[in-house]
Ligand binder design. Structure first.
Ligand code: ADP
Ligand code: ZN
Length: 735
């Protein structure tokens, strides 16, 4: 704690500290306040070397340089100052994740034209006439514009959304297919009305909603795990918490793991509150992002629906954060600042005197344990809403099925699908593997085609007619001759991916409409959303999907889920392998029978007696979590101990190893807090993009000051440009 709290305002010419987004020193540099002075938290332009960069007035000057050596802030930008609680949040996340502050500020300022004042700009809208000559490209432009629901776009945005050149867009303007209009920037969002009538709630729902409303009304921090089976009405319940929050004049944020889920949610918000909320994710235009950022700061966006980075929006008065599907692994950012949005949502709520609600049918063990220890409140919804019941779950023992080579749909599963098709219902076949085949093998010499840059096998994508590396994205044509021994026509795909499963399904059911849902098969989130809507409307008989289908889409006609390989992932060495399989299979199974029709989930496995498979089938979730919790507790593993993953990478393997060894030998700062170091060892993926990877794992007791110890531990080791070290606190991925 500094002795003198920073003043709120710096008079012209007085020194102040400014945090910039540039990685110079600690990122905080001293400047003189500009003409007219500046507020603490103000966004400013400052000179840095020959450049001009954006910064935030961060506090009292550090005073390392004489006043006459300091340069002056150029100007204060036209944006609401960054509030104390957000500055505090950025500092805390930086400390927790060991991320430099400038990188944190970049997360909070990812908006174009941040300091530009409100003005009008030219946007393109649909014109009165269709152009005399339509082309494919022109069709695409008009369709792209329509897909934004009547909103105007800049020419650049429109060309990008349609995947055409600017010339096509300009051509359409000339022929009257598009018209230019002045549109004000950054309009406030339509007000949401929390007092509109809502659906009558069941007793369980009403109780849970009342609990959340009471919590929100106290205007102080608290966290609640809202655990409810799929279709129990979790969304319905947390919408009531949002209503209470909006009624108090405070803002609310809902995080969703998948942007394809937002459209269903937006529709529900509109139904409940009479207007649509603000959106913040990679699928919205740059113009909309700017608008969202500014309106959030001004308090003119009451509710934001967003991806994890929405946590860094400059809310004026955040009263509630909902993390839906809180167990979802995509909440962990795996590049740059390695933060877990679920945990940071709770931190943000605590700094804002806000409530955090974590919703899931299959919570993470972390949240389950926090509820068990009383740190979080817990609300349970145990039945589906209305007449719906949970699907029946049964195993198909693959050892007892006659499965020919290169076939993955067992006769039992096949006949179950037949029955659904005859009844005019839908079946979902789930396989968590993108592409056609995970492995391409030479039958002459046994060579497996790998990526030249990574220690990973190339995955055949027949749809793209290429082999693709899932680590680095590199691709190559499918070879006809073996790259190792040169034998012609002996290359064979091994194992199934969703594309291969599709081939099998089409052969088994030639008259059925088969549709594959895999995140890599669609050019854009919008295309994926359209497919999901088409499926929900009955546009397919058989859906083949990767884990993307596990994420809460609502398919009313879907009554059968077939899990092709429940054993996938069970054998992984990953700490959370059991938890993941359990969550994924239970989530996917939960897709069946949401509407008025009873559902069935068939789980193909060769290990029907495996404890995880048994827990999945019995549905005894508490027993599963208790067993998992006991096992982790006994080993001191999270959530009962703490982990940090250290990844060292270099183009030179010896260098990476040598650093790893030095770290392992000089681990006194860690020993002092009772932490252990494991490694160095080659990472499971030992090379990515040409860089060799070495891992160490640090395990510490729960209450230990891990971050400080880690800092002291790595500080003496100088890194070169070729030698990188990253620290992953609470790692989710061990690859
Ligand atoms: P969850 O989020 O737990 O999966 P949802 O809130 O999406 O559950 O509810 C599942 C379905 O049931 C949705 O279509 C929703 O509209 C409907 N539903 C849930 N509760 C009610 C209610 N009280 N009144 C009317 N419909 C409801
Ligand atoms: Zn690769």
């Amino acid at each position: 704690m500094p002795h003198n709290p920073a003043p709120d305002f710096f008079d012209e010419g007085t020194p102040c500290a400014v945090l910039t987004t540039e990685p110079v020193g600690s990122g905080v540099l001293d400047y003189l306040a500009p003409e007219g002075g500046c507020w603490l938290g103000a966004f400013v332009d400052v000179p840095l070397g020959p450049r001009r960069v954006v910064g935030v007035v961060w506090g009292q000057a550090e005073g390392k340089f004489a006043r006459n050596k300091l340069r002056q802030v150029i100007r204060v930008l036209d944006a609401a100052p960054l509030r104390a609680e957000l500055r505090d949040f950025l500092t805390r996340v930086a400390d927790y994740t060991l991320t430099p502050l400038p990188a944190m500020l970049r997360l909070a300022t990812r908006v174009p034209g941040l300091g530009d004042g409100p003005a009008t700009r030219k946007l393109l809208f649909r014109g009165p006439d269709l152009p005399p000559r339509m082309t494919d490209a022109r069709e695409r432009v008009l369709a792209a514009l329509d897909s934004f629901g009547g909103a105007g776009l800049t020419p650049g945005e429109l060309a990008q959304a349609a995947g055409v050149s600017g010339a096509v867009v300009r051509g359409l303007v000339k022929t009257g297919g598009l018209v230019e209009q002045d549109a004000p920037r950054d309009q406030p969002y339509a007000p949401l009305n929390p007092a509109l009538p809502r659906s009558a709630l069941s007793d369980d729902q009403a109780q849970a909603a009342q609990h959340l409303r009471d919590a929100v009304t106290q205007d102080k921090f608290g966290a609640t795990l809202l655990k409810g089976v799929t279709g129990s009405g979790k969304t319905e319940v947390y919408l009531e918490a949002i209503a209470a929050c909006l009624a108090r004049g405070r803002q609310a944020l809902v995080l969703l793991p998948e942007i394809a889920l937002t459209s269903e949610f937006l529709t529900r918000v509109e139904g409940r509150f009479g207007a649509r909320p603000a959106e913040w994710h990679s699928g919205v235009t740059v113009t909309e992002r700017r608008r969202c950022w500014r309106m959030v700061a001004q308090g003119d966006a009451q509710l934001v629906v967003g991806a994890r980075s929405a946590l860094f929006l400059p809310f004026r008065d955040l009263g509630l954060v909902v993390v839906d599907e809180e167990h979802d692994t995509s909440y962990k950012q795996e590049e740059g600042a390695l933060y877990n949005a679920r945990d940071m949502a709770v931190l943000r709520a605590s700094l804002n005197g806000a409530q955090a609600v974590l919703a899931s049918a299959t919570p993470s063990l972390e949240s389950w344990a926090n509820a068990a220890s009383g740190k979080y409140a817990r609300l349970d919804l145990t039945t589906r809403f209305g007449p719906n019941t949970l699907p029946d779950m049964r195993a198909i023992d693959l050892r007892a099925e006659e499965l020919p080579a290169n076939r993955w749909i067992s006769p039992s599963l096949q006949s179950a699908v037949n029955a659904r098709i005859q009844a005019g219902e839908q079946a979902l076949l789930f396989l968590n593997r993108r592409g056609y085949a995970p492995l391409t093998l030479c039958r002459a010499c046994g060579h497996q085609v790998g990526c030249s840059e990574c220690d990973a096998r190339m995955v055949e994508h027949r749809f793209l007619k290429r082999l693709v590396c899932h680590q680095c994205g590199a691709s190559a044509p499918i070879p006809t001759a073996c790259p190792a021994c040169g034998a012609e026509d002996r290359m064979a795909p091994v194992g199934p991916g969703v594309e291969r499963l599709e081939e099998e399904a089409r052969a088994l059911w030639p008259d059925a409409r088969v549709l594959v849902l895999s995140s890599d098969l669609f050019g854009s989130a919008r295309a994926l959303k359209d497919h999901i809507a088409a499926i929900a409307a009955g546009g397919a008989d058989i859906i083949i999907g990767t884990q993307i289908v596990a994420k809460g889409h609502n398919f009313p006609l879907l009554t059968l889920v077939g899990v092709i390989d429940a054993d996938l992932g069970l054998s992984g060495s990953d700490l959370r392998a059991a938890e993941r399989v359990f969550q994924l299979v239970r989530q996917v199974a939960g897709r069946a029978g949401r509407a008025e029709k009873a559902g069935l989930a068939l789980v193909q496995t060769s290990q029907p007696d495996h404890p995880v498979i048994r827990a999945i089938l019995s549905g005894d979730e508490e027993a599963f979590w208790r067993t998992e919790a006991d096992a982790r507790f006994a080993l001191g593993m999270p959530p009962y101990g703490r982990l940090a993953g250290i990844i060292i990478s270099s183009t030179n393997m010896e260098d990476a190893f040598a650093l790893g060894q030095r770290l392992a030998m000089q681990a006194a700062p860690l020993a002092r807090i009772g932490a252990q170091v494991f490694g160095p060892a080659p990472a499971p993926i030992a090379r990515i993009r040409g860089r060799h990877r070495v891992r160490l794992l640090v395990k510490a007791p729960k209450g230990a000051p891990l971050q400080a110890a880690l800092r002291a531990w790595v500080a003496p080791h100088k890194l070169t440009r070729d030698l990188r070290l990253s620290i992953d606190i609470d790692p989710q991925s061990f690859l």
